[in-house]
Design a protein around this ligand. Structure first.
Ligand SMILES: Cc1cc2nc3c(=O)[nH]c(=O)nc-3n(C[C@H](O)[C@H](O)[C@H](O)COP(=O)(O)OP(=O)(O)OC[C@H]3O[C@@H](n4cnc5c(N)ncnc54)[C@H](O)[C@@H]3O)c2cc1C
Length: 455
């Protein structure tokens, strides 16, 4: 006898939820998924994908300037924000549809509605005042941007709204210095907006290798992005369509837009989890074990709502691992070692493995190999920016445990180096690999001299 309406009810149609729902439905598991906003979730609708499209738009502006040194005449450069937004929206619409139709084609049921958990096996669809039951409930509700409680915060935007601005401001103040803040600073700068980054700390991109953090901040500053450290907004004032940020240093910065990129919080407010005794962290994240099970055995969670590593490929892997463990009798925790990551700054950062600082804490002896050079492409263009590459090696085993790149195509390189690091490649293996010339990546296999600190 069928006891529940569904075997699996997934709440949230983003990267993790859709992957889990599609796989489950494909296995014949009676699956439903509810999405309250748009299928595709943060990554597709207001994260990775539209952001990367903005990065391309922004970089093309630099490329037009660079083309002059290569003989091109590029007079009359103009940019139209509305065209970019319209084209981006059309692409996002297309991708979003693929997400929901993928679940339907696999045999799942799709609800365009907000869902809340009202029992260990019960889900209420808010728009339809309807309660459905499921043997398992998977929470994949992602997160939302966090704005600090300061007077005037309602006049500010977050990355969500940055994707839909009616027009570009003359000047934007971006608060924060994580990857989203840095990426948007470079995007807006490349599109001709005056940018000021306000950061309460002393260096951008906490958690990344210090050499890259330092080098990127120098490049951004040289490009004309103002970075103000050890400063936070204390209040925001609005007069007409002009905004002023009053800082904790009592300075006043006038601008047209203020964007907060000051972290994200898991989407669990009003979801009904606490009432059921689902254990959540200080910020509302759902606490789960290695098999994505919460403290209520029929309720599971994957992706950003668990606030572990908040990246799309991790949410997807979580979704896959949840299915493997619960429907294929193949429990295997997701291995996050040597997870490659990028910052799509301009130039970009691609990185995998231990930073130098972290490696020095974890290994008895560490060798560092570094190279800083002007990429060939930047010669005729006159672009002064240098590429920085760095390998971090465990001196006892000769294993390369970290690779960090700042420069064009760094993210593409990091994805491939991650395979070598995952396979345990040693520095000797890098040295034995023949260079591909002329590329920037060849530098990764031609660094011979250990870096020695000055003095
Ligand atoms: C600006 C920005 C840039 C980013 N860039 C990158 C990048 O370059 N690379 C990368 O790997 N990651 C990036 N990320 C992170 C990435 O987008 C997330 O890690 C990923 O989308 C998480 O997937 P998820 O399935 O956990 O949640 P989400 O994709 O956020 O999906 C959750 C879904 O649940 C829905 N939902 C919430 N509550 C309910 C409810 N009660 N009922 C029904 N539906 C609900 C939401 O509307 C949402 O669609 C970026 C994020 C942002 C904000």
């Amino acid at each position: 006898m069928v006891k529940f309406d569904y075997d699996l009810f997934v709440i949230g149609g983003g990267s993790g939820g859709v992957r889990a729902a599609r796989l489950a439905a494909g296995l014949g598991v009676r699956t439903a998924i509810a999405e309250e906003y748009r299928f595709g979730g943060t990554c597709v609708i207001r994260g990775c994908v539209p952001k990367k499209l903005f990065v391309y738009a922004s970089e093309l502006g630099h490329a037009i300037d660079d083309a002059r040194g290569y003989g091109w005449t590029t007079a009359g450069k103009r940019f139209d924000w509305k065209t970019l937004i319209a084209n981006k929206d059309a692409e996002i619409e297309r991708l979003g549809k693929l997400y929901s139709s993928g679940v339907e084609k696999a045999g799942g049921t799709v609800f365009h509605d907000r869902a809340e958990v009202v029992g260990p096996h019960q889900v209420k669809l808010a728009g339809q005042a309807r309660t459905l039951s499921a043997e398992r409930i998977l929470i994949a509700t992602g997160g939302h941007p966090f704005i600090p409680e300061i007077p005037g915060r309602e006049h500010s935007i977050t990355s969500n709204e940055a994707f839909h601005l009616d027009a570009l401001p003359e000047k934007i103040v971006i608060v924060g210095a994580g990857y989203i803040a840095v990426e948007f600073a470079c995007i807006f700068h490349g599109l001709g907006v005056e940018v000021e980054l306000l950061y309460r700390g002393g260096e951008i991109l906490r958690g990344f290798d210090h050499d890259l953090r330092h080098a990127l901040a120098e490049i951004m500053t040289a490009q004309g992005i103002k970075i103000t450290y050890n400063t936070e907004p204390a209040a925001i004032e609005k007069a007409g369509d002009r905004l002023s940020v009053i800082t904790t240093r009592d300075t006043r910065i006038a601008c047209g837009t203020i964007m907060f990129a000051t972290g994200r919080r898991p989407n669990t407010i009003g979801l009904g989890l606490q009432k059921l005794g689902v254990k959540c962290g200080w910020n509302g994240r759902v606490m789960v074990d290695d098999w994505y099970r919460s403290s209520v055995p029929s309720i599971y969670a994957v992706g950003d709502v668990t606030d572990r590593v908040n990246l799309t490929p991790v949410a997807i892997r979580d979704g896959v691992a949840f299915i493997e463990a619960n429907y294929k009798n193949n429990p295997k925790p997701v291995d996050l070692a040597y997870l490659p990551t990028a910052v799509f700054s301009q130039p970009e950062i691609g990185t995998v493995g231990y930073t130098e600082e972290h490696a020095r804490e974890m290994f008895r002896a560490v060798d560092i190999y570094k190279s800083s050079f002007r990429p060939l492409k930047n010669t005729l263009s006159g672009r002064p920016e240098r590429t920085l590459m760095k390998l971090v090696v465990d001196a006892e085993t000769d294993k390369v445990v970290g690779a960090h790149i700042l420069g064009p195509d760094a993210a593409e390189m990091a994805q491939l180096i991650a395979i070598s690091l995952k396979l345990g490649a040693r520095k000797a293996d890098f040295d034995a690999t023949i260079a591909l010339h002329p590329t920037a990546a060849e530098e990764l296999v031609t660094m011979r001299e250990k870096w020695q600190p000055a003095g």
